[in-house]
Design a protein around this ligand. Structure first.
Ligand code: HEM
Length: 255
């Protein structure tokens, strides 16, 4: 959480729970074994040279190309952090945030409102656990049974997949129209009141971000270009260079 330093990959050590253990990351983050495997192959060819932080940035770049046809280059040279503290992950934005809270959260890391809206387009792929949005279906607020900004038909289908007070770990796709494709259909979903998380739908509800949603929904190529640029920017935040940090041998443990 101190920057793009691969600290999220570190496992806890006795007495020191790592970022991975924070409720914002566990159980949602997955794929650690893919990064570890890439690291093992790179170490075998070229030891102590490529950091886990760089591998993570390259993996994001290659994923965007594979599932979205979005191509961009990422500068290398990040070094790996030696610190990972569970409670620092509380800086992460929450799925219950409104547009104002999201804008301020991203601003604290130097990312603009437009970059925040653009990067949220990553929710065009992947899944969410029911617990991340069930407050929208079963409100404790007496004034509405379910979130009025959600399409009632969409809400009904979600209630089927996420029964009340269920303890199971069901997941639902974030973008029901093209769940495995990184594209701008996510924004069309927001226009149709089919955003899954509060933090998704608020981008359409809020007058401050709605024009950005509408532009991204209308112009696929403009959004894709902005997404690539914002990913490079995000990947440059608080990186370690020179003699700072280390180049880990394995991504889940310090050297
Ligand atoms: C705007 C603030 C954001 C919030 C509040 C947020 C929150 C979340 C939540 C709650 C989930 C589902 C976790 C779960 O229940 O399993 C999720 C999934 C995901 N998020 Fe975000 N996110 C945000 C921004 C981003 C950004 C900037 C990216 C990348 C550029 C991103 C990429 C993803 C992806 C790819 C998934 C699906 C993961 C999977 O399938 O396992 N999110 N996000």
């Amino acid at each position: 959480m101190q920057g793009c330093d691969g600290s999220v990959l570190l496992e806890s050590t006795p007495g020191n729970p790592s970022e991975r253990e924070h409720p914002a990351n566990n159980p949602s983050l997955r794929g650690f074994e893919v990064i570890e495997e890439a690291k093992a192959q790179i170490e075998a060819e070229c030891p102590h040279t490529v950091s886990c932080a760089d591998i993570l940035a390259f993996a994001a770049r290659d994923s965007a190309n594979k599932v979205g046809g979005i191509k961009y280059e990422v500068p290398a040279g990040r070094r790996d952090g030696r610190v990972s503290i569970r409670d620092e992950a509380s800086q992460l934005p929450r799925p219950t945030f409104n547009a104002k809270e999201l804008i301020s959260n991203f601003e604290q890391k130097g990312l603009s409102a437009d970059e925040m809206v653009t990067l949220s387009g990553a929710h065009s792929v992947g899944v969410s656990h029911c617990s991340s949005f069930s407050d929208r279906l079963y409100s404790s607020n007496a004034t509405f049974a379910q979130d009025p900004s959600m399409d009632p038909n969409f809400a009904s289908s979600l209630k089927n997949k996420c029964p009340p007070r269920s303890n199971d770990d069901n997941t639902v796709v974030l973008d029901a129209s093209t769940p495995n494709r990184l594209d701008n259909k996510y924004y069309t979903g927001l226009k149709n009141h089919r955003g899954l998380l509060t933090s998704d739908q608020t981008l359409m509800t809020s007058p401050s971000t709605r024009p950005m949603v509408l532009t991204n929904a209308k112009h696929a190529s403009i959004w894709a270009r902005k997404f690539a640029k914002a990913m490079v920017h995000m990947g440059s935040i608080d990186v370690l260079t020179g003699s700072q940090g280390e180049i880990r041998t394995r991504c889940s443990v310090l050297n």
